[in-house]
Design a protein around this ligand. Structure first.
Ligand SMILES: *Cc1c(COP(=O)(O)O)cnc(C)c1O
Length: 474
């Protein structure tokens, strides 16, 4: 009865819509204004231009100044890659277009998969996932399909206590049980930490290497051997490849699955919630489970192959965020092998320079040679009533974007600094000076630091509300 009346209701509505009474102008009667137009903004062109220009200047980005947001690789992305990705030939194609007319796009995807495989030491790549967390989920689905295929029931995923929050979340979402293992005094995962879980229930160990402390997991080969002997797989969270690109490869370390954030390492700016890519690479024995379709190189042409019987299926409409892929492709091809390696060299040099200089004024609990980032602790300021968040906010007054704070969770009052390879010595020195000045103020007049940022229109926001009740438009 109810269904029927709903149906009638819908039908009558749709009739009204399809055949509205029209006026002479061809405008439906119900859309004609009944009252006079009031309060219509009357602004001159310069007023409008100024309004929007000023609004645009309220935004802070890597084009303004230093952005040392640890774990995020907020580096400068060459504008040429944006220009290339914006070419009509790329933006005017449509996924429903006949493959015959999209050969160039397919070739770029095909070649990018080969380049990423080479960079990471993997056998095949999929470009479909649209973010890092999405890549993790895809990788975990692939692992699940692999174990199902072998008729093995393995449910356990190990993540370190320093892991990015998306790792345990993705594992749980893919239906695994998650166990957290503790980092040791070095800030690393030791083989003995995983020992209790090396049994027939172990599915995967998810690791970031260098880990989120910016430290290289020295026992990685032994961990890989133990994991594989127990029948498990090793998952590489390669959101940030800046620390090792061109120098070592996850595949050579023994990892079976890796995801890369093209929007961190490979020339897509991020942080504003725009499109990204969490491309996933796998070793040969996992390739049959990759999502469909696959781009294949047939007789002198590229085609899309849906015929992969063991595939986990589709994980995104069409073929990934294509223009992000174009940017990654251009970036890799423009830099070439030697210059890709210099990304890691410069990112590591910059991070160690900053770590060394800041160790005079900050406490660095796991101080060793770091890779692309390091983590300091501001616990020593607690007795003055000052927290990491206050120092982060005070940096805004000095014209810098604050570093990541309170992550990784294993460092109290953490401040995580990733300078990236695209910053000059001068910028790094200015950042050190700014932090020194802030710490001096924290000594002499702590309330000034607690009130920061003082130079901006928006002062302190309710952080919890801002992240939990997201309103991204009015
Ligand atoms: C950024 C990041 C992720 C998640 O990537 P998203 O694209 O934000 O989903 C995962 N792991 C690490 C280490 C990261 O830095």
């Amino acid at each position: 009865m109810l269904e029927r009346s709903l149906f009638e209701e819908r039908k009558s509505r749709s009739t009204r819509y399809v055949d509205p009474p029209e006026t002479e102008l061809g405008i439906p009667e119900n859309l004609i204004r009944k009252t006079d137009l009031k309060n219509f903004p009357g602004l001159s062109e310069p007023e409008v231009v100024r309004h929007f220009t000023n609004l645009s200047a309220l935004n802070y980005g890597i084009d303004n100044n230093f952005y040392p947001l640890g774990s995020c690789s907020m580096k400068y992305n060459p504008k040429i890659n944006e220009a290339l990705a914006e070419l009509d030939e790329f933006v005017d194609i449509h996924p429903y277009m006949d493959e015959e007319y999209a050969q160039g796009a397919l070739q770029i995807m095909y070649e990018l998969e080969r380049l990423l495989s080479e960079i990471t030491g993997m056998y095949e790549f999929t470009l479909h996932p649209s973010a890092g967390a999405h890549g993790e989920l895809t990788g975990l689905f692939i692992a699940k399909a692999y174990f199902d295929d072998r008729k093995e029931r393995r449910n356990l995923v190990i993540v370190p206590d320093s892991a990015h929050g998306t790792n345990p979340a993705s594992a749980a979402m893919a239906g695994f049980n998650v166990v957290e293992v503790k980092s040791d005094k070095r800030g690393l995962i030791s083989p003995s930490a995983i020992q209790p879980y090396l049994n027939e229930d172990l599915a995967l160990i998810m690791l970031t290497n260098p880990n989120t402390l910016g430290l290289f997991e020295e026992d990685i080969e032994e961990i890989a051997r133990l994991t594989h002997n127990a029948g498990g797989l090793l998952y590489y969270d390669g959101a940030n490849l800046n620390g090792i690109i061109g120098i070592t490869r996850p595949g050579d370390m023994g990892f079976d699955i890796v995801h890369l954030n093209l929007h961190k390492t490979f020339s897509t700016p991020h942080g504003g919630g725009g499109p990204g890519s969490g491309s996933v690479g796998v070793k040969e024995y996992l390739a049959p489970f990759l999502p469909i379709p696959r781009v294949i190189h047939g007789d002198n042409c590229y085609t899309l192959d849906y015929n992969l019987p063991k595939s986990i299926g589709k994980i995104k409409c069409f073929y990934g965020n294509f223009t992000v892929l174009v940017k990654a492709y251009c970036y890799i091809r423009l830099l070439g092998r030697e210059n890709l390696r210099s990304i890691a060299e410069m990112a590591t040099l910059n991070a160690n320079y900053l770590q060394e200089r800041l160790s005079e004024i900050l406490d660095i609990p796991y101080k060793r040679l770091c890779k692309h980032e390091f983590v300091a602790s501001l616990k020593f300021l607690k007795n003055r009533g000052i927290r990491a968040l206050d120092i982060a906010k005070a940096l805004i007054d000095k014209g810098f974007h604050p570093p990541t704070v309170y992550f990784p969770l294993i460092v109290e009052e953490a401040i995580m600094i990733e300078p990236t390879e695209t910053e000059s010595l001068d910028t790094l020195d200015r950042f050190v000076e700014a932090l020194k000045e802030i710490l001096d103020t924290a000594e002499s007049d702590p309330s000034l630091v607690k009130e920061s940022p003082r130079s901006h229109r928006v002062k302190r926001v309710d952080e919890a509300k801002a992240s939990r009740m997201l309103r991204v438009r009015w």
